[in-house]
Design a protein around this ligand. Structure first.
Ligand code: UTP
Length: 303
């Protein structure tokens, strides 16, 4: 499919890859998916599903692997718990339990072997079919107050093709990301055209300071490219490599620069920062927690 033929079907489906091994979080992830780690009292993956739903994407395909049960159970009904809470008249908790099973239609596909993000996305081909779709990484949290996906969908409507999310990273961290070579567009300062994408560039060789983060709006043309994409960095089939092929073939690939609040919850330090921020901002826990935190930081903690 060429750029002029990209599908103009509306965007309704979201794919959430959650089949990675989560080795940075061992041993917590030995038997549990890292996407189920809670931020305060809600698993990371629920924030991501809520983000998709609030961007109007209510058909959600989760790519799971080993230890998938907790993910499936979380988005399913729990009749026993519901009837117990109903009997007790605990409507507040009942609403919380209900909320996670009413976020849209959640489907599952299994990635037998975690052969990389590109391979995980390819596992969505049969479900997605010939429609554009969003990809939200299951361990990447975007603060709902800084809506990114909605802006990316607007950019896709204007240019078609592929839209990725970009964020500036310091030069000494570029080698951890996919990095982009970019040109300006007339669609606003936050929208750039991508001419090249490099996964995990060797130190000092990144084409810019802009790195790809975990939100994508993809044309189904990506599936054919992924089928032909050989394993790249780390021996994994890289989504970045497939997107680079699309850009090299002259397909439209755009980036939306995001400078809002974002947490990579697969990284332990970021996970802790996200937990502290979300707890401090909560109406119920915040006042007590902030008070404690202030004292803790000032070294006044006595216990
Ligand atoms: P990461 O590289 O952050 O996940 O992938 P990982 O491999 O689980 O983490 P570490 O490095 O071992 O700690 C980003 C996202 O892509 C998914 C992951 O679940 C995560 O949400 N992923 C990654 C897959 O679904 N399949 C894969 O083969 C690789």
């Amino acid at each position: 499919m060429t750029s002029s033929q990209h599908t103009t079907k509306p965007l309704l489906k979201a794919v959430i890859p959650a089949a990675g091994l989560g080795t940075r979080f061992l041993p917590a992830t030995k038997a549990n998916p890292k996407e189920m780690l809670p931020l305060v009292d809600k698993p990371a993956i629920q924030y991501v599903v809520e983000e998709a739903a609030s961007a109007g994407l209510t058909d959600i395909l989760m790519i799971t692997g080993r230890n998938k049960r907790a993910l499936e159970d979380h988005f399913d009904r729990n009749y026993e718990l519901e009837s117990l809470l109903a009997k007790k008249g605990d409507t507040a908790k009942l609403a919380l339990v209900d909320a996670s099973s009413n976020l849209g239609q959640v489907h599952y596909a299994r990635q037998g072997d975690p052969k990389g993000l590109g391979h995980a996305v390819l596992c969505a081909a049969a479900h997605v079919g010939d429609e554009p779709f969003a990809v939200l990484l299951g361990d990447d949290l975007i603060d709902p107050r800084d809506p990114l996906l909605t802006r990316m969908i607007e950019v896709r409507e204007r240019f078609g093709g592929t839209v990725v999310a970009l964020t500036p990273v310091p030069a000494d961290r570029s080698h951890l990301y996919g990095c982009a070579a970019v040109e300006p567009t007339d669609a606003g300062e936050d929208v750039l055209r991508l001419t090249e994408l490099v996964e995990k560039p060797a130190p000092g060789t990144a084409p810019s300071s802009l790195a790809v983060i975990g939100r994508y709006v993809l044309d189904p043309a990506v599936f054919d490219v992924l089928r032909e994409t050989a394993p790249g960095a780390g021996g994994e089939i890289q989504l970045t490599d497939a997107l680079n092929t699309l850009a090299a073939n002259g397909e439209p690939v755009h980036g939306v620069v995001f400078d809002g609040r974002r947490y990579d919850t697969g990284d332990r330090a970021d996970y802790l920062k996200a937990t502290v921020r979300l707890a401090a901002e909560r109406e119920d826990l915040g006042p007590e927690f902030r008070d404690w935190l202030r004292k803790f930081v000032a070294n006044e903690l006595t216990d």
